[in-house]
Design a protein around this ligand. Structure first.
Ligand SMILES: Cc1ncc(COP(=O)(O)O)c(C=O)c1O
Length: 388
């Protein structure tokens, strides 16, 4: 670790930047085009293609006109509108849970669930090694003892719980993992939890709108929605095309969060426009359940065509399709070449990948046509680095 110099208190930043540069790990911001979307965008998380849906954008505009551009305060002070309550009721009902609580982001929802449910001096949080950064940060903030277990390994969870009898235990897993797009073994994890009297927290950011009956999410698909020992978090920023997050669970859990979760109590409420947009998107999803099946079909088609061409691509359990790249630098160049050819794709490099393997990340969308899928596959193949 470079030491701060006595002349320049931020000199160490330049040294770190040079190290990142040498390792091919520099990140930079690139504003997207207003007209982006359609077949050219396989980088965003707009899984159902709803972010520009006229009903969704009109609902956002109407909510801003009626309630204001901002929430004006924290949820417990002035930041709750009738629209927030409506979204919470509809989200809970749709996903099959007793109650829901909306947050300003999925990140904040994960921090809330982990600190409020895991944070106790006898607390034990058992966390999958592949969990999202917001779950990792929630574990840290909870100040509970955190046991990180191997990825998607219910037996390791069972052993860890058995080794800590009498602890207030919470097992946390993503439902679909961001890096490889694989699904967690929820049924086996729930069984391990029940054997030990532990609670289960499922981050369903990538499951809502994609998995389960009509997109009701992974806990619903696994028969866990509404269970007294199961809590889920979701983001409103992927399938619902908006912004924000929520915790879903038993009413007493939601009540507990309202009273204790710091990212709920000390954070300005979600902006009305985002609430209105999420509510409109949820209603579209309920009206058009085929959207969820279509996004899975698109992901399967992307996988099939890329795998048939010999790329190392993981079989997607939801909308995320992950293609291995030989190095961070090669992944960056591959993504840049795709962009130059008119296709936006995601690029995952350390530290976002726990195993150190860089990847391109393609996200399936329900509104992609078969022709757009073929064109995207052709672009990824034409720009692939030698030897992949
Ligand atoms: C698995 C997972 N959990 C949580 C989040 C955070 O959600 P948000 O972007 O709404 O903060 C994300 C999104 O990026 C995610 O992929």
């Amino acid at each position: 670790m470079p030491q701060p110099s006595s002349q320049d208190p931020f000199g160490w930043i330049d040294e770190e930047a040079r190290r990142r540069e040498r390792a091919g790990l520099v990140r930079s911001l690139r504003p997207r085009e207003t007209g982006s979307g359609g077949g050219s965008d396989l980088a965003g998380n707009d899984y159902l293609g709803l972010t520009r849906h006229p009903e969704v954008t009109a609902a956002a505009a109407a909510a801003a006109a009626r309630w204001g551009a901002g929430a004006t305060g924290s949820r417990l002070v002035a930041g709750t509108t009738a629209l927030h309550a409506e979204l919470e009721r509809e989200l809970a009902r749709f996903c099959g849970f007793e109650a829901a609580l909306v947050f300003s982001s999925g990140y904040a929802a994960n921090l809330a669930a982990l600190t409020a449910l895991g944070g106790h001096r006898d607390g034990l949080v058992v966390s999958d090694a592949g969990n999202h950064a917001s779950v990792v940060d929630g574990c840290r903030l909870s100040r509970a003892e955190t046991a990180v277990v191997p990825h998607a390994d219910p037996e390791a969870v069972r052993k860890t719980l058995a080794a800590h009898p009498g602890r207030r235990a919470l097992v946390v897993t993503d439902s679909v993992f961001s890096v490889d797009g694989d699904a967690a073994p929820l049924t086996a994890l729930a069984a391990a939890c029940r054997e030990a009297g532990a609670a289960l927290l499922v981050d369903d950011a990538h499951g809502l709108g994609v998995l389960g009956d009509g997109g009701r999410g992974a806990p619903h698909a696994a028969g866990l929605a509404g269970a007294p020992d199961t809590v889920a978090t979701v983001t409103l920023s992927k399938s619902l095309g908006s912004q924000g997050g929520a915790v879903l669970g038993p009413a007493r859990v939601v009540e507990h969060l309202v009273n204790t979760a710091r990212t709920f109590i000390f954070d300005t409420g979600l902006a009305p426009a985002a609430v209105g947009a999420a509510l409109a998107a949820l209603r579209i999803l309920e009206r058009e359940p085929a959207l969820a099946a279509r996004v899975r079909e698109v992901a399967a088609a992307l996988h099939e065509e890329l795998a048939a061409a010999g790329l190392a691509v993981t079989r997607p359990d939801a909308a995320v399709v992950s293609v291995r790249a030989p190095s961070p630098g090669a992944a960056l160049r591959w993504a840049a070449d795709c962009r130059a050819a008119g296709l936006l794709v995601g690029c995952f490099r350390p530290p976002s990948v726990p195993d150190g393997i860089s990847r391109l990340r393609l996200t399936a969308r329900a509104d992609l046509t078969d022709q757009q899928i073929r064109t995207a596959v052709r672009t990824v193949l034409a720009t692939a680095p030698a030897g992949v």
